[in-house]
Each structure stands twice: as C-alpha cells, then as structure tokens.
Design a protein. Structure first.
Length: 302
C-alpha cells in the first residue's frame, strides 16, 4: 500500500533506509539488508542488529563507536538519495512550500524535476486529492526522480503525472493554482503557464544567479498580468550552545538560489503602475531583456 506521507512506524525492516549518526554528528544513510554489514574505520556494524528493532536506538561497531539510528526525515532523504541532477535543498523547499502557499488539493505544475527532491515535498503538501504535473526535459533525470519518489512513498502517487519533454511544447490545458519553475530559463515559460493559471494563482521561480533573477522579474513585469515580483534569498546559520560557549556554528548554509514570487491577475487586468521608478541606468541603451510597459516614459519592447 502506498504511503503518501513517506512516514513509517513500527520496527525497522529490511529494504528501508536508516540514518546512522556518530558522536561527532556525522551521518550515514544505509539501506537495510538481512545479513549485510557496514564497514567503517571504527569496525563493522551489522544490519541485523537494527532489523526488527525500533528506531531511536544506538548500535555499536566492533571498534566501539556508537551510532544513533533513526529513519530519515524528508529533509535527510532529500540530500542523501541518489541524484542525477542537483537538488533543491530543504531550506529552499521549505520556503517554496510556504511562500507559494502549497495546500492540500492544490493543482500544481512543476518544471524541471531534477532528482525529485521538491517533488516529494509538493506531493506531501497537496495529498492524494491534489494534482502535480511535473515536466522534465531529460529522460535520465526523470527516471531518477521517479525512482526516488516511489522509494520514499513506497509506490506510485495518484496525484502525480511526470512528463518528459519541453514544458512549452508538452504543457497540458489543465487549470493551475500554483506553478513552480526550477530551470535555466524560466522566463521562456511564463507566457505558457500564465494562460493556464487561475486568477489569484501563484508562480514561484527558483534560479541560481542574480542575472537569472533580474531576467525573470523583468519578464513578469513585461507580461503585465502578474503582480510586482517578490524576490528573496534564504540563508540558514547553525549555532553552538554549550555552557558559556555560545557562538555561530560551522554549518552555515549560505547562497543556494533565489526565489521570484508573483500572483496572477484576473483576465484583462493589467498590473498597477509602479510607484517606485527604476534606478537611473537600469534600462540603459545596452539592455536587451524584456521591457516593462508600466514604467512612465519607457516604451515596451516591440
């Protein structure tokens, strides 16, 4: 039976993954197999010591190193699963779920899929009654993503459709509540997804560079059917607190990507005039990108 949440209870069984953490906080993901042994510099750890027992226990290697065993959380599975492409990291996936307001039953479009990290988070959020249409140009990426998703939920998800091909060419005519674009040139797809988005729907683009950030924002402005885009970057800093030793940790996760978020206006409605004009030179003679039509004195691109 498919486990839509990916959360498991009861004793550990062969065929599922566990995360082993040593006394220094280092983690290792293991796929449990009867009779198998994990070899470390501190000696071997038998899988049979874990199979049949509860999670949240410690297991000791032959060399005396203790490891804490838990089933992996979604964020741990996302960064340890097999990958063919880079994944959206948990800190950004969490921001997408909240800022894009992904809700149970939502009709969501996602492109590209990569290795399926964000896909799993979206499927958990929309539940079996929602609809997630995922698009990926590369068959190899799609195959890895499908394998990861089906491993995590233990089967096929009834709300998920995975299409291999170019989004603009393969996009379905279904109405959409939310659109998540994680690709090299998301601005090329804004017109296509905009035609299928419900009024009040939300688009979220995940891009890696500031150049992409600016191009997506200007394309949304030039379209005219979206609100002024909201641009964010998320950093996470670990902290160490032990007695009087309180300081930032060494595990800071800085830049991974930018989010560009905007909402779809009703048909025939244009974005309100911007009150804040761009900085001088923002759209100089060398600028070749999309040209917003709602800036006083600035002619839109023909």
């Amino acid at each position: 039976m498919t486990n839509f949440s990916g959360v498991r209870r009861g004793p550990l069984v062969a065929g599922e993954r566990v995360t082993l953490t040593d006394t220094k906080g280092r983690r290792k993901s293991l796929l449990l197999k009867e009779g198998a042994v994990w070899h470390t510099t501190k000696g071997a750890v038998s899988h049979d010591e874990l199979i049949g027992g509860p999670e949240g226990v410690t297991v000791k290697s032959v060399g005396g190193m203790q490891y804490l065993a838990f089933r992996p959380l979604l964020n741990e599975f996302m960064v340890s699963m097999p990958r063919e492409a880079a994944v959206i990291y948990p800190k950004d996936a969490a921001q997408i779920l909240m800022w894009a307001d992904i809700f149970p039953g939502a009709r969501v479009l996602e492109a590209g899929v990569g290795s399926g990290a964000l896909t799993m988070a979206l499927l958990r959020a929309i539940g079996p009654d929602g609809a997630l249409h995922s698009y990926e140009r590369r068959q190899a990426f799609a195959d890895v993503a499908r394998g990861n998703v089906e491993t995590f939920i233990e089967g096929e998800h009834p709300a998920w459709t995975l299409t291999v091909g170019d989004l603009v060419e393969e996009i379905r005519d279904d109405r959409l509540d939310r659109v998540i674009l994680d690709m090299l040139a998301p601005w090329e797809c804004i017109e296509a997804v905009g035609e299928r988005m419900e009024a009040g729907g939300l688009i979220c683009c995940y891009v890696a560079t500031s150049t992409q950030l600016g191009r997506v924002a200007d394309t949304l402005r030039a379209h005219g059917g979206f609100t002024e885009p909201h641009l964010t970057e998320t950093t996470v800093r670990d902290w160490h607190a032990e007695g009087l030793a309180i300081r930032p940790g060494h595990g800071t996760s800085a830049h991974t990507g930018f989010l560009v978020i905007s909402r779809r206006l009703a048909p025939g409605v244009s974005a309100p005039m911007r009150k804040r004009r761009p900085a001088p030179g923002a759209y100089g003679p060398d600028y070749t990108g999309p040209r917003p039509a709602n800036i006083p004195g600035f002619a839109p691109e023909s």
